[in-house]
Structures are given as structure tokens and as C-alpha cells.
Design a binder for this molecule. Structure first.
Ligand SMILES: [Zn+2]
Length: 264
């Protein structure tokens, strides 16, 4: 088989599988392929009981962009009413290396817990596998560039490392996530997010959106990630114990990073 020819590789991959089996696990639409269900037992950090929690996973692959997503739920029927929804972006630092500099891992674990405790299993997570570094060009390469650029110039890695080097602060688009949700006939949801731009993107697309907070309890390691998100990006965060000076643990100057903005 020739897997190097991008256009035909999917067809060739599927062509060896008997059609009656393939039809049970593959859904082809005009814009994406969906593969599943796949059962996965997942560990959830916040649960005292570390027994595996059963999730059902679907893979989505979009033809045009080539981007990949997982949908995680416990609802076998995929019939949702007013689901709790988390849209999680991949982060190579958090998920491959367990970096404590960002809250990505905490947020995903929290979302898994909330979804697993939902009554009638009315909840799902969409994990955007290619949205490293807020979807900057180059994926992991771009994300690595932002971290290295920001650190060498003593810029925060959430806002200034993008903006002051001529990049956009956030490249993520949610059209593909929206098309996944719409394909499941979801039109209203309880949305786990603190990000006003993300909430607006889904509201504008016609979903009835009720925001549900998802805030990591503050510690010094979050001073840059959460502090900048709140003060410079206007995220809905309380950050009760936040102290601007904490950002010096990363060698950053609080007066430069926060520019006197905000109310802390
Ligand atoms: Zn991260």
C-alpha cells in the first residue's frame, strides 16, 4: 500500500476491510470521517477512587484541513439533550510532558470528572489534537518557537510571546468543532470555559450557551498562565490568591508583563 499519497491513503486504508464491518465503525460525510465507537478506560486524577472510568471515544478526521479530533463521552446513544461540553486544545507541554506552567492538564482532568459525573451521561469533551500553541502554524514546532522566543526575551508565553513577535494571540477556529456538535443535533449546551472569545464563537454559531466555570485553584505556577489570561485576555477567572509578584518565579517582571492593566 502507498500511504504517501495523501489523497488516496484513507481509501486504501479502508479498502482492505470488509464493507459490513467498515460500515459499523466508519461514518463518512462531506467534510469528515468519523471512526468509532472505541471503548477506553480512563484514569481521572481528581477521583479518590482511581478505578478506571469507562469512556467512549470517536475519532474525527477532516478532509480539507487534515485536522484531527477526539470526541469523548459516556453516552452510547450519542443523543444529547443540553450537554455539558468541554472543547480542549492539545498542548504538547501538558499532555506529553506534564508541564506545570499551564493549566491545560488540570482543565482536561476536571472536564473528564465533570462529564463522568453528569446525570444521564449528558456530556462530552472534544479534544482538538492539532491545536497546540493556540493553533499557531507549524503545530508543535510553532509552539516550541513561541516558548523559546518568549523565554529568551522575558515575555510572558500567553500574550506577549505571540503579540510582541508579530503573531496573532490565538489562531484557533472552531468551525470544525461546531460541525461535529451540529452533526450530533446539539443546539444548546452548558459550556465549560472561561474564555470569552471561545464562548462568543459558539454563541454566534447559533448554540444556546450557558457558561460553566472551569478554574484551577491558584498556585504560583499558574501566575503567568492564569494571571495573563485574566488581566490581559479578559478571561472569567476569580484568582482569589493571585499575586502579580508571583510571576517572578519565571524570571518575569510583573510591571512589564501586566503593564499596569487590570485590577490586581
Ligand atoms: Zn498547555
Amino acid at each position: 500500500m502507498n500511504f504517501k499519497n495523501g489523497k488516496t491513503k484513507w481509501t486504501e486504508l479502508y479498502s482492505q476491510i470488509p464493507e459490513e464491518i467498515l460500515n459499523k465503525i466508519l461514518l463518512r460525510t462531506d467534510t469528515f470521517d468519523r471512526i468509532g465507537p472505541i471503548e477506553l478506560p480512563l484514569r481521572i486524577f481528581f477521583k479518590e477512587n482511581q478505578e478506571p472510568t469507562k469512556f467512549i471515544l470517536y475519532y474525527y478526521g477532516f478532509y480539507k484541513s487534515g485536522e484531527n479530533y477526539f470526541l469523548l463521552t459516556q453516552k452510547e446513544s450519542l443523543m444529547f439533550d443540553n450537554p455539558i461540553v468541554r472543547v480542549s486544545s492539545n498542548c504538547n507541554w501538558a499532555f506529553d510532558l506534564r508541564s506545570m506552567r499551564c493549566d491545560c492538564e488540570w482543565e482536561l482532568e476536571y472536564a473528564k470528572k465533570v462529564v463522568s459525573e453528569e446525570s444521564d451521561q449528558d456530556g462530552l469533551i472534544i479534544f482538538a489534537l492539532d491545536q497546540h500553541g493556540k493553533s499557531i502554524t507549524g503545530g508543535i514546532r510553532g509552539h516550541a518557537l513561541i516558548y523559546a522566543l518568549g523565554q529568551i526575551q522575558k515575555q510572558d508565553l500567553v500574550y506577549a510571546a505571540y503579540k510582541d513577535n508579530g503573531f496573532r494571540i490565538d489562531y484557533r477556529e472552531y468551525d470544525e468543532v461546531i460541525s461535529i456538535l451540529k452533526s450530533l443535533n446539539i443546539n444548546k449546551m452548558r459550556f465549560l470555559s472561561n474564555n470569552p472569545e471561545k464562548i462568543e464563537a459558539f454563541t454566534k454559531s447559533g448554540f444556546g450557551v450557558t457558561r460553566v466555570p472551569i478554574e484551577k485553584p491558584y498556585d504560583k505556577n499558574d501566575s503567568e498562565e492564569l494571571g495573563v489570561k485574566k488581566i490581559k485576555l479578559g478571561h472569567h477567572l476569580n484568582l482569589e490568591n493571585f499575586n502579580r509578584e508571583d510571576i517572578s518565579i519565571y524570571g518575569l517582571d510583573p510591571s512589564k508583563v501586566f503593564n499596569g492593566n487590570g485590577n490586581h
